[in-house]
Design a protein around this ligand. Sequence first.
Ligand code: PMP
Length: 453
Amino acid sequence: MPTQTAPKTDRYAKSTTAFAKAKALMPGGVNSPVRAYKAVGREPITVRCGKGAIVTDIDGNEYIDYVLSYGPLILGHAEESVLAAISKAAGRGASFGMPTEAETQLAQVVIDAVPSVEVVRFVNSGTEAVMSAIRLARGAASGGGKPKIVKCTGCYHGHSDGLLVQAGSGATTLGVPSSPGVPESITSNTLLIPYNDLNAVHELFKEQAKDIACLIVEPIAGNMGCIPPAPGVGPNGKGYLQGLRDLCDEFDILLIFDEVMTGFRVAYGGAQALYNITPDITCLGKIIGGGLPCAAYGGREDLMRQISPDGPIYQAGTLSGNPLAMAAGLATLEALREEGVYEKLEATAAALETGLQKAASNANVPIYLTRVGSMLGVFFTNTPGSPITNYEQALTCNTDRFAAFFNTMLDNGIILAPAQYEAWFLSTAHDEACVAKTIEAACGAFKNAIGIE
Ligand code: PMP
């Protein structure tokens, strides 16, 4: 009997072995759920390294990366100036728990860049920035007498107890947590509204303004794909963000922009600079740490001075303002101030958008593609021709098609975030050749997406 030919070496063999070990030791084998690839029905690759727009897995496969660590790496992986800054800082010591000049330097850069930020506090993650901003808003609003906060369905603001409330992801009604372990006494203070719906905000404010400390929003929603704020329509039409600003002013409610994703991404000064709307408090993260753990919240001086030790609202952190993170952030933001950086990002992302649209149309796959600068959303829509402007609409997309598309892209050397509702990010390291390869792979991947049915 002829012996059976050995199977072709599995392209992901080492990743598979590595992930089996990881799963035995960590929940799902990961330190953040989306990395387990549950939504796309396969196991993740295990990364060995990254350089520029490329990541390499431990099997030696290379991928053009549109995850970019979920947004921070706007200069690409292991960018030289950032690397040099980190090594130099590391040589001086990793952490002190005492002031360093780098903190003041990054504070100055952030304050100069982001219109709403007059005073800033650094923390370690976006979750922490938002949690602290909410505490500030509650503490500052009417001396702490307003317990409620408002958020939009589909906007993600980190995993703190009061912010996990999410209709549609395990919970369906207002005030029900989407995670066990979060007491109802906390979630009942979080009120949900649909994104891009000013009437809903108005109605809610009319009923409950006296109890509401703040409204928090992603000015461009990046955690349900990429959904831009509705522009103003008609002669007196207000855009969504202007409408929020006006309603918050009218009802004496603080407006918080969560720019953890959009800050320094869609423009140097973030979405607030792009749309010219100034919130009271801003949360930042991702890019300001250049890939190291760093985030911040900042805003009007009269508010920020209420933070301890200037004021009574407590918030602290052993590693906050970490010297390595400050150095990486400073180097990243310095590179972003160079002439033409955002124009280049825009041009590359626009070329990708055009190519993807064409590839989808040639394959007869209806998609709804959104883009603001170097942030994209590719929705596998089930309602061709209708825009997707909020989470409820985004949820109607075809996630099976996305999974098939994702898997073909991965097998062809293009890595995307493994869920329909994550944004794509580009870096300055992505060039025309990356875009061309991506579009070529997408032609086949769109065909496979529809071929599964
Ligand atoms: N806010 C927004 C808008 C985010 O996109 C994220 C993370 N994706 C967070 C907050 C939470 O940040 P982190 O994961 O650093 O806690």
